[in-house]
Write a protein that binds this ligand. Structure first.
Ligand code: FES
Length: 272
């Protein structure tokens, strides 16, 4: 009788310690992955609902547009929210109004090096934590479909730069009242802080670090790129924090604009 084939990779591979228990850890190793799953679930559920409801996403009086609907470029968008013009006709209800940017933003976050670590551990369980065996017998890493597509991250990064520029334009327009002239309220503070943090998250990307300083043999021959790489590297050490903070500020910005747009609250105005 033939012996069952042994996996050549993973924790059951020859040469690995033969430990029957999944882990010998006695600390709360399951807590960080659990919290990560809860955090990501809250954002995904909120963002999905808000992206499809098509209500309360634009405050005409103060030109506030939620980032979940930017850029709005179809005839389905409410008048005033089409900052870049109307490029498409009416969209069916199952198409989000920000269909131009959402797939790329989703791709950018899904392939982000930090989020990979987060959902590989929490959702994929591969592995759940250090010294905790993953449930699968085989390990192929990111060498096959679908995970090999993670290599597209650098391209999503370029599109994310464009989307950040669009969000910046929306934030600048929000300082103009519909009746003309300058206006400034709590909504502007929230929108502007969100845009600054989105830039920080985008620029702190590992791909940006490579774009600014990668493949250089001698930093001394490229002082400007070296300086940029130094700044990006410093920001890069905060990438995880920025990844989570921007999920929070995106929801907060959208939620605040939803409350003002629906008439639930009034915007706190500092300059009318
Ligand atoms: Fe996270 Fe690029 S590594 S956005």
């Amino acid at each position: 009788m033939n012996a069952p084939a042994r996996s050549t990779t993973g924790v059951r591979a020859p040469g690995r310690a033969e430990i029957a228990a999944r882990t010998l850890r006695t600390d709360l190793w399951w807590r960080p992955p659990l919290l990560t799953t809860l955090g990501l679930t809250v954002f995904v559920v909120y963002a999905t609902i808000r992206s499809f409801v098509r209500t309360a996403y634009w405050v005409d009086e103060y030109h506030y547009l939620t980032p979940f609907y930017s850029p709005c470029v179809s005839a389905s968008c409410v008048p005033g929210s089409t900052h870049f013009g109307v490029w498409f006709g009416e969209l069916p209800m199952w198409v989000p109004l920000a269909f131009l940017s959402l797939p790329f933003l989703l791709g950018f976050r899904l392939t982000c090096y930090y989020y990979r670590k987060a959902y590989y551990r929490s959702i994929w369980q591969s592995p759940t934590a250090c010294a905790v065996a993953e449930p699968r017998a085989h390990y192929t890493g990111e060498t096959r479909l679908p995970l090999i597509l993670q290599n597209s991250h650098r391209y999503f990064f370029y599109v994310a730069l464009v989307v950040s520029a669009i969000n910046t334009y929306d934030a600048v327009l929000a300082f103009h009242r519909s009746t003309g002239g300058f206006g400034f309220g709590l909504g502007n503070v929230i929108i502007t802080v969100n845009v600054i943090l989105l830039w920080a998250y985008t620029v702190s990307c590992h791909s940006c670090r490579h774009v600014t300083g990668g493949r250089l043999k001698h930093f001394s021959a490229h002082p400007v790129r070296y300086r940029l790489w130094t700044w990006v590297s410093r920001l890069n050490t905060r990438h995880m924090q920025l990844a989570w903070t921007t999920l929070g500020t995106l929801m907060l910005t959208d939620f605040y604009i939803m409350l003002v747009a629906s008439g639930t609250i009034s915007d706190l105005r500092f300059v009318n």
